[in-house]
Each structure stands twice: as structure tokens, then as C-alpha cells.
Design a protein. Structure first.
Length: 312
């Protein structure tokens, strides 16, 4: 899969494409269905499959810290798009200049001139351009004028429930991890690099792998039973805290993971954390002794969960 950062580079690479546009946050079952269909159409037309993403996501640009939580960061999204057999991903910078361009400019300058689109798959509720003046009907008319086909990629449902990133965020916020997994088509995971922390966990007898979260808002918070996959492919059970660590007056969102029966050094390593079960909410304790006592209970709860649900 080829990654193109910046629309100005796209015209040098693409001489025609089957394109879809969106956030693709989570690359969930609905996204996967869209991409499978786009792959089929692209093969029929002998075109590469291209996905146009925006960074930051439009809502993040307009809403800042009040934007919805991301299900995954760009790096992880690219990983799953590659698995979905996408040929090219174009990441466009969403800034003031982009936001203020007219719908007609978006069609003529980006879709036609830079991306050379021949087939476009888009939701019939898709709106674009300054003041969201562009819509599906405008794209259909432009397609007739500029020689590209526009197709509606319908919403997909699971047991009559519409599959969307919003629905998945709501499921995670309600700690419905099984529902989120069924809509995503995979367990909810966070990927990240292990960094050095303040070593507090080690002094409490529960050393942790600390993972900085490069995102504005996180879809989950609290203490979870988790599975962690290392670069080597080894998987360890553990317990994780997602939050700001109020007992030490933390201010930065951090994912802290204590792995069971683990004695390796993995600083700097990329790991995959799979959230299996919510244990409790994050809370502030009156003392480190109280925190240590609660962590011990959390570990026991997590081990009991794994013993019951993942028997060898």
C-alpha cells in the first residue's frame, strides 16, 4: 500500500482511481464492506483502490478537545486499510484553507485534477466544501460532466443496528466491549510504544509498561483486564489503567499496563493492547497504600476473568 501525504503529491502518482472518502475511524465492518465492494469495482475497471483521509479529522479541526474520541490513530488506521487491500491512501491536511474552499473547487481541483477519479463511492449523506454546500446530487452531476461514476455506499447493519464509528464509541463509553467487538469485526485494541515512566508501579510492587496516547480524546477510561501482544508475537495477560492517574495528580492521558508473570525489558517497543473486560472506573485514593491494595484486588479480578473465560 502506498501512502501519499498531501494532495499536491497525488497527481504524480494517480492517473485514475476508484476512490472513497471518509474518516474510516476504526475500519469497522461497515468500512470493510465498502472497501470490499470498491475493490471489486476497481478490478473491473482496472483501477487502483484509493482512500482519501483527513488529518486532523474535520470534527477535530472545528471542535478541538470537544470532538468525539478517536477509535484509532492514523498509524493504526493505515495498518487496517492495508489489510483491507487498499492500494493508495492519500492523507490531506485539513486546515483553514481546505475548510474554506468551495464544493466546486473540491470537485474540480481535488477529485478531477489531483486524484483523477474515475469511480467514486460515497455515502448519500456526504457533504463537503465551505458551509457543507456540496452533496451527493452535486457529485452525480459533476460525474456526468467530468466523466466519473458516483455510487452510493449504503449504511451497513448488524442485527438491525447501523454500524458506525459513533455507535462503536457509544458502546465503548457504556463498557459494552462485546458489542464494540461485533461492530468492529475485531476486539478493541490500542497500539503504542512503551515509554519510561515515573517507576511508581515498580515501587508499589506492580511494575507497568507505560504507553503515551497520541490523541486528543480517548473512547475508554478506567481499569481493564487486557491481553498484550509484543513485537515477538508473544501474548501476556495483564491489568491496565487508562486515564490521568488522579492519585498522583497526573494531567496527561496515559495507558499503564501491568503484565502477569513478566520480567522482560520492552522500553521503546511497539505493543498491542486488547481490552477484554472492564474492572472499575479510575479513582483517586487517599494514600499509596490504599492504591496498592486496590491494584492487588484488580489483579486478582483480572486473573479470575481470564481463568474463567480463556481456559487452556
Amino acid at each position: 500500500m502506498q501512502l501519499i501525504r498531501g494532495l499536491h503529491h497525488a497527481s504524480r502518482v494517480l492517473q485514475g482511481c476508484a476512490l472513497t472518502i471518509g474518516n474510516f475511524d476504526g475500519v469497522h465492518l461497515g468500512h470493510q464492506a465498502v472497501l470490499r465492494h470498491l475493490r471489486q469495482k476497481a478490478d473491473e475497471l482496472h483501477l487502483p483502490v484509493a482512500v482519501l483521509l483527513f488529518e486532523p479529522q474535520p470534527r477535530e479541526y472545528f471542535m478541538g478537545d470537544h470532538a468525539p474520541a478517536r477509535l484509532m490513530r492514523l498509524r493504526d488506521k493505515l495498518y487496517y486499510l492495508q489489510q483491507a487491500n487498499v492500494d493508495v491512501v492519500i492523507v490531506a491536511k485539513f486546515d483553514r484553507t481546505f475548510a474554506e474552499q468551495s464544493a466546486q473547487q473540491f470537485i474540480e481541483q481535488i477529485l478531477v485534477k489531483q486524484l483523477h477519479v474515475k469511480f467514486l463511492s460515497i455515502g448519500d449523506d456526504f457533504q463537503f466544501g465551505a458551509n457543507r454546500q456540496g452533496n451527493f446530487a452535486m457529485l452525480k452531476q459533476a460525474g456526468e460532466r467530468f466523466g466519473f461514476t458516483v455510487e452510493d455506499n449504503h449504511s451497513f447493519c448488524l442485527d438491525e443496528q447501523r454500524i458506525s464509528s459513533t455507535t462503536i464509541r457509544e458502546a465503548l463509553a457504556k463498557d459494552e466491549l462485546s458489542l464494540a467487538e461485533s461492530l468492529l469485526g475485531k476486539p478493541y485494541r490500542i497500539f503504542g510504544r512503551v515509554i519510561h515512566g515515573n517507576k511508581l508501579g515498580r515501587t508499589l510492587g506492580f511494575p507497568t509498561a507505560n504507553i503515551r496516547l497520541h490523541r486528543q480524546v480517548n473512547p475508554i477510561k478506567g481499569v481493564y483486564a487486557v491481553k498484550v501482544r509484543l513485537k515477538s508475537g508473544e501474548i501476556f495477560n495483564g491489568v491496565a489503567n487508562m486515564g490521568k492517574r488522579p492519585t498522583i495528580n497526573g494531567v496527561m492521558q496515559l495507558l499503564e499496563v501491568h503484565l502477569f508473570d513478566f520480567a522482560k525489558t520492552i522500553y521503546g517497543e511497539q505493543v498491542e493492547v486488547e481490552f477484554c473486560h472492564k474492572i472499575r472506573e479510575e479513582m483517586k485514593f487517599p494514600s499509596f497504600d490504599d492504591l496498592k491494595t486496590q491494584i492487588k484486588r484488580d489483579v486478582e479480578t483480572a486473573k479470575a476473568f481470564f481463568s474463567k473465560n480463556f481456559k487452556k
